[in-house]
Ligand binder design. Structure first.
Ligand SMILES: N[C@@H](CCC(=O)N[C@@H](CS)C(=O)NCC(=O)O)C(=O)O
Length: 197
């Protein structure tokens, strides 16, 4: 399986992190993002959205980090990471959606402004972060992992841009349960870091 990857992308890191934790072999193809390699063929033949990550597994081509996590967990992760029961899957997908929506448009977008100079309304990103982070902290008050009683791809999807929030000027110290969860993820066997975490 081949992952078209950018080291500084939290979305790509979701996939690298899960593959490392679940001991899944990935061939990593580093993409020249600054040179716009993802915006032209052959990469736009794989993903017309012009975004990373992209996973190629035989004839299957997937864009979107959440979709890639589901595929890898379902095919290679075993029931621990992607249980067969629809109710448990739904508990996980809640968090995949939160990663792609509230976290992407909150802390992840604040980081895009501060670290990469994206022209996004910074105040809006901070306001969205200020709404979701207390909710996340309250959720983690009574539990160790986001979806189930064990780590799942929910934690892999949420971890990167929450842990990278300080790169968007967001202080995580008011959220002690989040800080403890970040530390817990970092202590998982096989954990790999990315710059900034
Ligand atoms: N929903 C997608 C978002 C992917 C995405 O936006 N990727 C960024 C890198 S983190 C990208 O390739 N952006 C294109 C660009 O800024 O030119 C996912 O979760 O993978």
């Amino acid at each position: 399986m081949k992952l078209y990857d950018l080291e500084l992308s939290g979305n790509c890191y979701k996939v690298r992190l899960f593959a490392a934790l679940a001991n899944i072999d990935l061939e990593i193809a580093a993409v020249d993002f600054l040179g716009g390699e993802h915006k032209r063929p052959p990469l736009t033949d794989l993903n017309p959205w012009g975004e990373l990550p992209i996973l190629v597994d035989g004839d299957l081509v997937l864009r979107d980090s959440q979709a890639i996590l589901v595929h890898l967990a379902g095919t290679h992760g075993g029931a621990a990471w992607w249980p067969a029961e629809p109710q448990l899957q739904a508990e996980i997908v809640q968090w995949l959606s939160t990663a792609a929506n509230e976290i992407q448009h909150g802390p992840a977008s604040a980081r895009l402004v501060d670290k990469f100079g994206y022209a996004i309304d910074k105040a809006g990103t901070l306001a969205r972060a200020a709404r979701i982070l207390p909710l996340l902290d309250a959720h983690l008050a009574q539990r160790e992992w986001l979806a189930l009683s064990r780590p799942t791809i929910a934690d892999c999807a949420m971890f990167p841009y929450v842990a990278l929030a300080p790169e968007g000027g967001i202080d995580l110290s008011p959220y002690p349960n989040i800080v403890r969860w970040i530390d817990r993820v970092k202590r998982l066997p096989g954990y790999v870091a990315m710059p900034g975490t």
